[in-house]
Design a protein around this ligand. Structure first.
Ligand code: MTE
Length: 309
């Protein structure tokens, strides 16, 4: 997504030599690391109930979901998050909830999750870059959390902020984006039952490269709305800033609803490449609202979706 303003950026170009060498040493140890990953005993399976909101399409493999990522805090190449996100400390983790809420505060993640039943939600994820996956998330509806903290009258939007910790998130040591990554939803979008906060995927706790320990998933919008590693949720009266919209307003809108009829200025959004299908697999048509239109189109009744893209 950054190609336009950094046309030939390679991660190695932006990385000081010491870190680069360190990374090569790490890569040299990758065989051992792979062994460790296979032996990984600790990730206890999460108990989550099935959901009527899940698709029955074929799911992507754990290797696809955890090996091909966008998480610029760990680098711009698809394999960078898997290589670098092990540095992120996700315990302890607190989320500040503030703004137009009845019970603002700094909530420990364990406290936020206590007593909250988890569901498996198998959703399509459509990236604005025109690739897609089917991911079995584990999580809970954002609406439930908002009800717990109490939304005050006057709140119209929900703003989200990712952790800023450059010593662990190596991509934040360079100005690829204005850190921290931020995103936002209209309140009615945030309250929609399809909108979840995920704490796991493929039956396991959320891997760091997918936004551990808590990330947003909004399946009818381009993937960049689904902000990772959230540390702050604020209820606001006005539209909050959103990272890609702020970076390239002519290319990435605030709404970012998946829309095959509105092309990105540099590529078509009519079709997508399903990751894992192999290079010969035919592209599949992109569906309006990523196929969730019957549930969410009503949120945008009367809006010109070519203007509010
Ligand atoms: N959140 C943060 N904080 N930083 C990012 O770079 N990338 C977004 C989104 N959330 C991103 C982010 C984009 S462009 C996509 S497509 C999805 O995360 C990818 O999620 P996944 O890697 O879990 O498939």
């Amino acid at each position: 997504m950054a190609e336009r303003f950094r046309p030939d950026l390679r991660w190695s170009d932006a990385t000081p030599k010491a870190t680069w060498l360190d990374r090569r040493r790490l890569l040299a140890g990758a065989g051992a690391a792979a062994g460790l990953a296979l032996a990984r005993p600790a990730a206890a399976a999460i108990v989550a109930s099935p959901s009527r909101w899940s698709t029955d399409e074929a799911r992507n493999s754990l290797a696809d979901v955890t090996g091909y990522n966008n998480f610029y805090e760990f680098g711009t190449a698809k394999e960078d998050p898997a290589a670098n996100a092990f540095r992120l400390t996700t315990d302890p983790w607190a989320v500040v909830i503030e703004g137009l809420v009845e019970r603002p505060g700094t909530y420990d993640l364990a406290d936020l999750l206590r007593g909250r039943p988890l569901e498996e939600r198998i959703y399509r994820l459509r990236c604005v870059e025109a690739w897609s996956m089917v991911i079995p998330w584990i999580g809970f509806e954002l609406a439930g959390l908002l009800a717990r903290v109490g939304v005050r009258p006057g709140a119209k939007y929900v703003a989200f902020t990712t952790l800023y910790r450059p010593e662990e998130m190596v991509g934040q040591q360079w100005g690829i984006l204005a850190w921290p990554y931020v995103e936002g939803l209209r309140l009615d979008e945030a309250m929609h039952p399809l909108t979840i906060l995920a704490t796991g995927l493929c039956g396991e706790p959320l891997p760091n490269q997918n936004g551990a320990p808590l990330r947003l998933v909004v399946p009818w919008k381009y993937g960049f709305k689904s902000i990772k590693s959230i540390v702050r949720i604020a209820l606001t009266a006005t539209e909050p800033p959103a990272t890609w919209n702020r970076t390239q307003p002519g290319e990435y809108g605030f709404y970012a609803n998946v829309n095959p009829a509105v092309d990105h200025p540099r590529w078509s959004q009519a079709t997508e490449r399903r990751i894992g299908g192999g290079i010969l697999a035919p592209r599949v048509p992109t569906l309006a609202f990523n196929g969730y239109g019957e549930h969410v189109a009503g949120l945008y009744a009367g809006m010109d979706l070519a203007r509010f893209y």
